[in-house]
Design a protein around this ligand. Structure first.
Ligand SMILES: O=P(O)(O)OC[C@H]1O[C@H](OP(=O)(O)OP(=O)(O)O)[C@H](O)[C@@H]1O
Ligand SMILES: O=c1[nH]c(=O)c2nc[nH]c2[nH]1
Ligand SMILES: [Mg+2]
Length: 175
């Protein structure tokens, strides 16, 4: 209807921006691995796609783990969170490696925000270790190991979602 304020998406609601470069992301993933090395060894790494694929590759490389599985979950349509949909579950072979409960398995995602995605995967593998690179306060209690916490009203911009672009000078009204 005319005059009605448009609904804000999660990114607009967040207000603050936390852009992450490839370099920074790689460093943060390596820092995460240092912590995980104290907890392992792990039989397999499970990436929560798609965001978990990049950190999972780096962590698995550093830890020398060669068995990698995915759990494919869709929730955010760009920045708006809808119902969670499991598009592909964890394979039977990986479930067997974790004794059915996930013991000795490492779940990796790029971040926890509300914790909805993490909670769903934890239910599938209650004894697995859950690691993310970044965490917001609502999701933080679900994560066993993470590197950087940002406030709930921050939107993290990952390097695979962004590109370099022109930014107008401050004096011309740039934020
Ligand atoms: O804690 P939550 O509020 O559930 O949000 C965190 C999830 O949201 C993003 O994934 P998204 O669903 O956008 O899919 P993608 O990884 O394919 O980008 C992110 O990669 C986490 O998996
Ligand atoms: O790129 C993203 N940045 C975020 O802060 C976020 N929270 C949920 N899903 C997200 N995706
Ligand atoms: Mg994701």
């Amino acid at each position: 209807m005319a005059g009605e304020a448009p609904e804000l998406n999660a990114q607009e609601k967040a207000g603050k921006a936390f852009p992450v470069s490839w370099d920074q992301f790689h460093r943060d993933c390596r820092a995460l691995t240092w912590r995980l090395n104290e907890v392992g060894p792990f039989h397999a790494v499970i990436a929560i796609t798609r965001g978990g694929l990049v950190p999972a590759a780096i962590v698995a490389r550093e830890l020398g783990v060669r068995v990698i599985d995915t759990v494919c979950i869709a929730s955010y349509d760009h920045t708006k969170q809808g119902e969670l949909q499991v598009l592909k579950g964890i394979s039977d072979a990986t479930m067997k490696l974790g004794g059915g409960t996930g013991k000795g398995l490492l779940i990796v995602d790029d971040l926890v925000d509300t914790g909805k995605t993490g909670r769903m995967v934890r239910k599938m593998l209650p004894d697995a270790h859950f690691a993310t690179v970044y965490a917001k306060p609502m999701g933080r209690p679900l994560v066993d190991t993470f590197i950087t916490e940002v406030s709930q009203d921050t939107w993290i911009f990952f390097p695979w979602d962004t590109a370099l672009s022109y930014h107008p000078p401050l004096r011309d009204g740039a934020a």
